[in-house]
Design a binder for this molecule. Structure first.
Ligand code: 6R9
Length: 567
């Protein structure tokens, strides 16, 4: 077989109608992701097949069949409808990775409302800007996260319903709060599915850019077509697989490939919601006989650091296929996985905006450690000259990764931000904002982002958002935030700060400032390092010169500083 195996055949004979036919979808018909992920699988004779295996803290384990998730989706959908939630209302899911999160996802979609999943680790400020931007009407959360919602509720007149999924009856609920218990509700056998069409909005994911507030990436139900086919062909999901996607649904990987892809294929999937440790992860794979594992480079690097010996304490022979996403997957990690698991992690490159995997090491194709692979069949991916915005034909030259729009799961817009959306396109290309080279066999080699966004452990953090949060601290006069190199997370957040008169730099203030950002935004966005400065370097027009600080952190050439403001 050639280096590319099945890949070239699939490229040659490709059409998205392959997925449409397999899903028995005809253009113009009703298309509802919630229905496809549960009701349809039951109708195909898999009602009793396990859909979800959940393990939480303290060894709690729950198992749901496809019929169980169908009923739960109906019950939640019915409840939301009963309180007045209608199609296209935004319903935020703000929960840890408990089963209710996954089941509510289906319920919201079934009634035609839009799901807005957010990390439960978010602090009140991160939560507020996203709920305000989306004008969210309802939020489903847990008691433990209620205090964060209560802090911002007065500033959110559109947020009419705060639904608590695990309410303890001895505690008093406040205005707009209500309890909803799935266990105590009568299961709803028949729910009228809202007749969503291909272009009806489905999921709203927030992602961070360099400037401005986070953007709401709008997806539609038609995204299913691409998420289904990429799950089948790239993640190689097969009927008897036990699949584990380690991503939180607050991140697009946790919805496209942690809910929609696998369930639309009728695959059994596992969720582990008990934090990270090499021991716990290997045990989870062993106990559940996981066959397909989709994870991220930071986790893989942490496992590498835990060492090879610990791997031998577990029986991981069930593993058949491995894949990774979110950050550059270094060649060492691929080589290590060959050594300890006997198979490589297959890198996949994509974005919240693309909704599905775009560039990948296709199963059967020769993996070149350190390369992201080649575009998924049907995807036209190129690197563009950064000045002319035309495809670079020379191999090995750095350009901007761009795609020809038109695949089913492409975002349909940024929520209420037409201008930012328009700026993502040029000469008929969608600009990813990343840089890469392409080698003589068409493999993409990631170089870096083309903006200042920080990718820490796979999470995108906007320097602007952290700078804004820092400015709210009483001691901070000015701040500039850049990425700092880190062995495990690749990048972490570093803040340069000038202080207001009367404040003295020191470790106590440093900790206080770090904690301040953690509470406001999240532990992910919290600066891992703080450096106090006399003056923040700025351009003559007053823009923070992050590039200069970044170069200093990474020991790189500083380049042109002619626009640097003088004293
Ligand atoms: C799915 C997801 C997108 C950004 C993307 C790029 C980085 C993703 C990558 C990768 C190198 C890979 N990224 N996959 N970098 N190699 N295989 O990650 O979505 O959170 O929107 O991030 O992540 O910079 O532009 P999102």
């Amino acid at each position: 077989m050639s280096n590319f195996g099945l890949y070239e055949d699939r490229v040659k004979n490709f059409s998205w109608s392959i997925a449409e036919e397999e899903l028995e979808y005809r253009q113009g018909n009703v298309l509802n992701i919630g229905w496809y992920c549960s009701d349809r699988i039951c109708l195909k004779g898999k009602a009793e097949k396990t859909a979800l295996i959940y393990e939480g803290f303290g060894g709690i384990r729950k198992v749901y069949s496809f019929n169980d998730i169908r009923l739960a989706g109906n019950t939640i959908g019915n409840f939301l409808r009963s309180i007045g939630i209608v199609n296209e209302d935004r319903v935020c899911l703000f929960m840890d990775r408990i089963p209710e999160l996954y089941l509510s996802f289906l319920g919201v979609l079934k009634i035609g409302a839009i799901v807005q999943p957010l990390f439960s680790a978010f602090g009140e400020e991160s939560l507020f800007v996203r709920l305000e931007n989306a004008q969210t009407r309802a939020i489903i959360t847990q008691s433990k996260h209620l205090s964060k919602v209560r802090k911002i509720i007065d500033k959110l007149p559109h947020l009419e319903f705060i639904i608590v999924a695990d309410h303890n009856k001895s505690k008093k609920l406040e205005n707009r709060e209500m309890a909803f218990s799935l266990q105590e509700s009568e299961p709803v056998e028949h729910l009228e599915i809202y007749p969503t069409k291909a272009e009806t909005p489905s999921v709203l994911h927030y992602t961070s850019g360099t400037t401005g507030l986070p953007k709401g990436v709008k997806h539609v139900h038609y995204s299913l077509i691409a998420q289904y086919l990429t799950s089948k062909w790239v993640l190689d999901l097969q009927d008897d697989d036990i699949y584990w996607c380690t991503a939180d649904p607050g991140w697009v990987t946790g919805t496209s490939y942690g809910i929609i892809g696998p369930w639309s294929l009728g695959i059994t999937q596992c969720v582990l919601d008990s934090g990270f440790s090499a021991q716990a992860w290997y045990k989870f794979i062993q106990d559940n006989k996981i066959t397909m594992w989709y994870s991220a480079p930071t986790a893989i690097r942490s496992l590498m650091r835990a060492g090879d010996e610990i791997v031998k304490e577990f029986n991981l022979s069930s593993l058949r296929h491995l894949a990774s996403v979110g950050e550059p997957l270094n060649s060492e990690a691929v080589i290590w996985s060959m050594k300890v698991f006997g198979k490589p992690f297959h890198d996949t490159f994509w974005q919240t905006e693309t909704g599905c995997i775009m560039i990948t090491n296709f199963p059967g194709m020769r993996v070149k450690p350190g390369s992201m692979g080649r575009p998924f069949p049907g995807i036209t991916g190129v690197v563009l000259d950064p000045k002319k915005y035309e495809p670079i034909t020379e191999t090995g030259k750095i350009g901007l990764i761009a795609f020809r729009p038109g695949w089913p799961s492409m975002m349909r817009g940024y929520w209420n931000n037409e201008e930012k959306y328009k700026n993502k396109f040029i000469n008929g290309w969608y600009l990813s904002g990343d840089r890469s080279t392409i080698d003589n066999e068409g493999y993409f080699w990631f170089i870096g982002r083309d903006d200042d966004v920080i990718n820490t452990g796979g999470h995108l953090v906007s320097p602007f958002e952290v700078e804004s949060a820092l400015l709210e601290h009483p001691a901070v006069a000015e701040s500039a935030v850049v990425a700092k190199p880190d062995e495990i997370n690749m990048e972490v957040v570093k803040a340069f700060i000038t202080l207001k008169p009367g404040f003295t730099p020191g470790p106590d203030l440093e900790l206080e400032i770090m904690n301040f950002v953690r509470k406001k935004l999240s532990s992910i966005a919290m600066p891992q390092a703080v450096e106090f400065m006399e003056k923040i370097p700025k351009t003559r027009s007053g823009k923070i010169m992050r590039r200069l600080l970044h170069a200093k952190e990474w020991g790189e050439e500083i380049g042109d500083i002619s626009t640097l403001e003088n004293d």
